[in-house]
Design a protein around this ligand. Structure first.
Ligand SMILES: C[S@@+](CC[C@H](N)C(=O)[O-])C[C@H]1O[C@@H](n2cnc3c(N)ncnc32)[C@H](O)[C@@H]1O
Length: 513
């Protein structure tokens, strides 16, 4: 290459680097401005924020986050958010136009009032929440599976259940847009920016609510000032907390990232919400909230990330119940046996013991929803005369039902080895069939790991998880061979969903904390 051409090339690349750096500088400046506007806003809205923590963008595992700048003890309130600062329909001046009592609102679309409020507040130049929304992510940058293209969903999420959940979401978003948002647009002419109300911007708003909102457990309503000292009550409340209230945006709390081994949690008081530490935290550590006891499937679906195996002790795999049917049919040697299995299946459906959509939930401790699974296994393993008697009685007698309602989970890891041999075989095959359904097999995953250093992408960054899963499975006592199938199933939920062209943020997804 001639010297002058070479110099020209060097000049051009120097200019490009300079441009990149100055763009980066601008972004840093913009971020700093947004943060200082948000901090002043918090002060003028009576937030109380401890001087022992700091919000920053580059010290956390995923963009914005919070870390300790001094040692903090357990039970310490890091910050407090007054209820008046919560972004929710009742606090907005659009409240009258957002019909919370609308009979069309069901539990599946109880998010709509908040979404409409957000559409309104984010298009208002003088919104009370302007500085809060100024720190919110660029809607285009929220990367949830609902924005992945179909090929990626098929390639990476097939078999996990997240693919189905995304399909359901997209259908619901469209229906909500047509049923509520268009009507809202008419009622608010001139109040909401025209371009803010389109199906694609509504979808982006749904993603923001999915990944950033909070729901207050029903029982915490009206003010018990629940603090870390009240932790004992947590378990008792678990059942009730399933009945949730509509979501709301909690400024400052939504800056915090999540890990299973979190060190802080949000508590709901009558006047304010508090972020309280759940253990001692050392200077420099990131403050992690908990988004709940959630599996990787849920994290991937709602938040676009997953934790590395085996860190998420709440991780589960959801195996469609009809894999049990497949397993049972496979074992039928003659057509009559296969027909008998089919009629057993139809009977279970007729009795509403199972539904096609049911899933068997397998976690680290075994099968978590043993009720469905135990019944299907029992019926599948009945001989023809037992089954005829069962049909005659139209299912279980009261005494039998009571026995199967017993508190003990007969399908947890400690009880699985005692199962009837036939039932064990069916369960094992169910797990194997499920493993076959993943886009990537365990063997391939492990092989890829062996060559991981030469892989240009982080696609298989998490394959280590599988290896750990397998090693974990091998270390279990003999007789519990089911774990050799189930643990890899759970481990694979951590593998799938990792994309090959992940942005920087995602490179951190599976790092160890
Ligand atoms: C409530 S926001 C937390 C604030 C967020 N980091 C930000 O910069 O705006 C939730 C989002 O943070 C990210 N996130 C939270 N915890 C994470 C983790 N442990 N690993 C990777 N990303 C995480 C995900 O993108 C998630 O959708």
């Amino acid at each position: 290459m001639a010297a002058s051409t070479k110099r020209k090339h060097e000049d051009q690349s120097y200019e490009r680097v300079k441009e990149k750096i100055s763009k980066g500088d601008e972004t840093v400046k913009e971020n700093n401005c947004a943060l200082s506007r948000f901090t002043s806003w918090c002060q003028s809205n009576d937030f109380q924020i401890s001087p022992k923590v700091k919000v920053s963008r580059n010290r956390s595992c995923a963009q914005w986050g919070m870390h300790a700048i001094e040692d903090i003890v357990e039970g310490y309130c890091i910050f407090q958010v007054p209820r008046t600062a919560l972004l929710m329909p009742a606090n907005s001046d659009i409240a009258d136009l957002v019909d919370i009592e609308n009979p069309k609102l069901t539990s599946t679309n109880q998010w709509v009032p908040l979404l409409l409020t957000l559409l309104y507040e984010s298009s208002k130049s003088d919104s009370k929440w302007g500085p809060y929304l100024g720190l919110a992510p660029d809607p285009e940058a929220i990367d949830l599976p609902m924005f992945w293209d179909q090929m990626e969903v098929d390639r990476l999420l097939k078999g996990t259940g997240v693919d189905k959940a995304v399909k359901r979401d997209l259908k619901l978003i469209k229906a909500d847009f047509n049923n509520f948002v268009l009507q809202f647009k008419q009622n608010t002419t001139g109040k909401v920016r025209e371009d803010a109300i389109s199906l694609s911007s509504f979808k982006r708003m749904v993603a923001f609510v999915m990944a950033y909102s909070f729901t207050e457990p029903e029982n915490k309503k009206n003010g018990k000032d629940d603090s870390a000292e009240n932790e004992d009550e947590e378990d008792e409340d678990d059942e009730e907390s399933e009945k949730m209230r509509p979501p709301m945006m909690v400024p400052m709390a939504d800056v915090l990232n999540h890990i299973t081994k979190h060190n802080a949690k949000l508590t709901f008081g009558s006047e304010a919400l508090k972020m309280v530490t759940t253990r001692d935290i050392s200077m420099g550590e990131e403050i992690f909230n908990t988004y709940g006891q959630v599996s990787n499937l849920h994290l991937m679906h709602m938040y676009g990330f997953a934790e590395r195996y085996p860190e998420n002790i709440n991780d589960v795999v959801e195996i469609p119940v009809n894999r049990l049917l497949e397993a049972a049919k496979e074992r039928s040697e003659q057509e009559t046996q296969s027909k008998l299995i089919e009629s057993k299946w139809q009977f279970l459906k007729k009795q509403e013991i199972i539904d096609e959509e049911d899933v068997v939930i397998v976690g680290r401790d075994g099968i978590l929803n043993d009720d469905i699974c135990t019944q299907v296994l029992k019926v599948f393993c009945m001989n023809p005369s037992e089954f005829s008697e069962y049909v005659e009685k139209e299912g279980w007698s009261d005494a039998e039902s009571e026995a199967s309602d017993a508190e003990t989970n007969m399908l947890d890891m400690s009880h699985l080895p005692q199962l009837d041999e036939k039932q064990k075989i069916l369960l094992k095959r169910m797990g194997e069939l499920h493993l076959e359904n993943y886009a990537i097999s365990l063997e391939v995953a492990v092989k890829k790991l062996e060559h991981a250093t030469s892989l240009p992408t982080p696609h298989f960054a998490n394959v280590g998880a599988v290896k750990t899963g397998m090693a974990g499975a091998e270390s279990f006592e003999s007789g519990t061979e089911l774990q050799e199938v189930f643990l890899p199933c759970v481990a694979l939920t951590s593998v799938d969903g990792v994309r090959s062209h992940l942005p920087n943020k995602k490179l951190l997804l599976f790092r160890r904390y």
